[in-house]
Write a protein that binds this ligand. Structure first.
Ligand SMILES: [Cu+2]
Length: 196
């Protein structure tokens, strides 16, 4: 007849054990959650767009976006890439409005908002050109792990050597993958559409 008493004593122990287990599991889940500062490239930036509006990483929240670093005086890679991104934006149709595409300059000395505005008039209007002071641009380069170096030319002019990777970021600003432009425009558009 002592059985019910044993059970009633046992119940609080089980409850305490389960409560402890839940605490431990939530702590593990908390630590294992996708980090707010991702392991991949990306992170905070504070720049201005081609219309002099200030833009930060926080403004990117809620839409997947592409990020490409370059400069307006670039002879080939930048215009080609921006053209390809423009084609993807066109292929997305109305869905393009639910994405973003950033062109961040590695050459803020020459790429003022006005210079970016003029340059980007050649491409899809979804493209936003970002610039800022040297420190702000350097912070963005660092966040995205982009290499950029000034290469002086004989005539006193200069060119920029730079990483030419297009980053695909998700709605939360987390790095997804390098965006593959060596596929058909439709396939690239489908890849981006997959993160809407
Ligand atoms: Cu370039």
């Amino acid at each position: 007849m002592s059985e019910p008493k044993a059970v009633s004593r046992f119940v609080p122990l089980v409850a305490a054990f389960l409560a402890g287990l839940i605490t431990v599991l939530s702590a593990v889940a908390y630590l294992a959650r996708p980090s707010a500062s991702p392991i991949g490239p990306g992170g905070p930036f504070h720049l201005e767009d081609q219309t002099d509006r200030s833009v930060s990483d926080q403004d990117m929240k809620g839409r997947p976006f592409l990020v490409f670093f370059g400069y307006t005086h670039c002879p080939d890679i930048c215009p080609t890439t921006l053209f390809e991104i423009s084609e993807v934006m066109k292929a997305l149709g109305k869905d393009a409005d639910r994405t973003r595409a950033l062109f961040i300059t590695v050459d803020p000395e020459r790429d003022t908002p006005a210079a970016l505005k003029d340059y980007l008039s050649n491409f899809d209007p979804h493209l936003r050109g970002l610039t800022g002071d040297r420190a702000a641009v350097d912070a963005a380069l660092k966040a995205y792990r982009v290499y950029a170096k000034k290469i002086p030319l004989k005539d006193g002019d200069y060119t920029m050597d730079h990483t030419a990777v297009v980053y695909l970021m998700d709605k939360d600003g987390r790095f997804v993958a390098t965006f593959n432009l060596n596929q058909t425009t439709e396939a690239a558009a489908a890849q981006l559409r997959g993160y809407l």
